[in-house]
Design a protein around this ligand. Structure first.
Ligand code: NAD
Length: 410
């Protein structure tokens, strides 16, 4: 089984061969622009000290300022941050945002830190990296373990050094320059992407049944928005359990249940089943919206869906892809399917730079247009190279970044 680092490089090299990329450009695109490691020592609430290691990897900036999340998690390590930074370069290029890619993280367990400890840690981290991030250089955003509050602290600390600069981070609270529509953006982008995919076959979102793994931000918004279009969501799982109902789950009621109880377990509108069976549920469309690596040589043969919409990052590995290709399963790849989040982050940054606020309606309309245009580009690339959609997405992204790199010159 390939780890995410190996898999990303594998997809990159496959696309590079397909578009006949020269070895010099391959080398340049595989090497990150800058990798920074800092040690952050903070005073704990009980008067003792702790030191945490933080990273920011800036992969490529040939197409614009670098963009990518900041993760607080005990498993953050340089290899993982490196891979995720490269994936951001390819993701922003697929949807043609004027950005490059970056990623960062702090090796810590955010649940073991108090709010004031998290604030001190975040401010210490910014103190050490403020001269390499910026509105026109590198713009962090929330990721696992960080949220709008973290972004507010980063903006405040950064502004102490450089003056008021809301555009230095996205995913901020709306009161501090965050965008309307950001919270639902990844689920909504997935819906627009699915509409394009199904329209190619003369079908609609409401023609199919769906199973969704994960009911957090992305999974729950996807469930709500697909159900509003008449889709039947027949199974949902999260860390607490799984529920199924072949007639279709009542999603607004499930959202309310999760808000009250903290998870899908115990929902009365369906039958409980083992969450690890979710991927093998009978349905037309499977939406992995939780963890990476869940679809692999062990689980892929059991998938009964005809379509997979990759809402999570890196849910399938190359071995799973091969199995899906043999079984005639169409996979809409993560670097396109879940790009709605970074797209609305771009709209947030645009509003900050312009000092002008968009309506939610405008945000959603622009998101739809971005997803549609990217889909048209993806299909055209697929036709040109006669390949699957993931290879086409990488080929499209790598060729855009390579062209920008070579136009800039040495
Ligand atoms: P989240 O933390 O809000 O939700 C994660 C969900 O997954 C929760 O419901 C959790 O209970 C569930 N889960 C965890 N372990 C599970 C397991 N073993 N089985 C079933 N469910 C499990 O996270 P999110 O923001 O919704 O992100 C989900 C995925 O989408 C991640 O892979 C993330 O990288 C990706 N993604 C998120 C965004 C975004 O804008 N939030 C954008 C692009 C990609």
């Amino acid at each position: 089984m390939m780890n995410p680092v190996e898999a990303t490089n594998w997809y990159f090299r496959k696309a590079a061969r397909l578009i006949d990329l020269d070895e010099w450009t391959v080398r340049r695109l595989l090497t990150p622009f800058r990798e920074v490691k800092v040690e952050c020592t903070i005073r704990r609430d009980d008067g003792t000290f702790s030191t945490f290691v933080g990273y920011r990897v800036q992969h490529d900036h040939s197409r614009g300022p670098m963009k990518g999340g900041l993760r607080y998690h005990p498993q953050v390590d340089p290899d993982e941050v490196n891979t995720l930074a490269a994936l951001m370069t390819w993701k922003t290029a697929v949807v043609n945002l004027p950005y490059g890619g970056a990623k960062g993280g702090i090796n810590c367990d955010p649940r073991a830190l108090s709010t004031s400890e998290l604030q001190r840690l975040t401010r210490t981290f910014v103190e050490k990296i403020h001269d390499i991030i910026g509105v026109h250089t590198d713009i962090p955003a929330p990721d696992m373990g960080t949220n709008a509050q973290t972004m507010a602290w980063i903006m405040d600390e950064y502004s102490k050094f450089h003056g008021y600069a809301p555009g230095v981070v996205t995913g901020k609270p709306v009161e501090l320059g965050g965008s309307l529509g950001r919270e639902s953006a990844t689920g909504r982008g997935l819906l627009y992407a699915a509409e394009c995919l199904f329209a190619d076959e003369g079908r609609r979102v409401s023609d199919f049944t769906y199973a969704i793994q994960g009911f957090g931000n992305v999974g729950s918004w996807a469930a709500r928005l697909f159900a509003e279009q008449g889709a039947r969501i027949v199974a949902v799982s999260d860390i607490t359990g799984a529920v199924r109902n072949p007639e279709g789950l009542d999603i607004p009621a499930l959202v309310q249940h999760v808000a009250q109880s903290g998870g899908v377990a115990g929902f009365a509108g369906g039958e409980a089943f083992a969450p690890d069976m979710l991927l093998a549920e009978p349905c037309d469309v499977l939406i992995p919206a939780a963890l990476g690596g869940v679809l692999n040589r062990d689980t892929a043969p059991g998938v009964r869906a005809r379509y997979i919409l990759e809402a999570a990052n890196h849910p399938s590995d190359p071995e799973a892809d091969e199995i899906f290709a043999r079984h005639g399963v169409t996979v809409l790849p993560d670097i396109y399917a879940n790009a709605g989040g970074v797209t609305v982050s771009y709209f947030e940054w645009t509003q900050n730079v312009q000092q002008y606020r968009w309506s939610e309606q405008k945000v959603n309309a622009e998101l739809r247009e971005t997803m549609r245009q990217a889909y048209a580009d993806l299909r055209a690339t697929q036709k040109q190279y006669q390949c699957d959609l993931r290879t086409a997405a990488f080929a499209l992204a790598v060729s855009r970044v390579a062209r920008a790199t070579n136009l800039r010159g040495l």
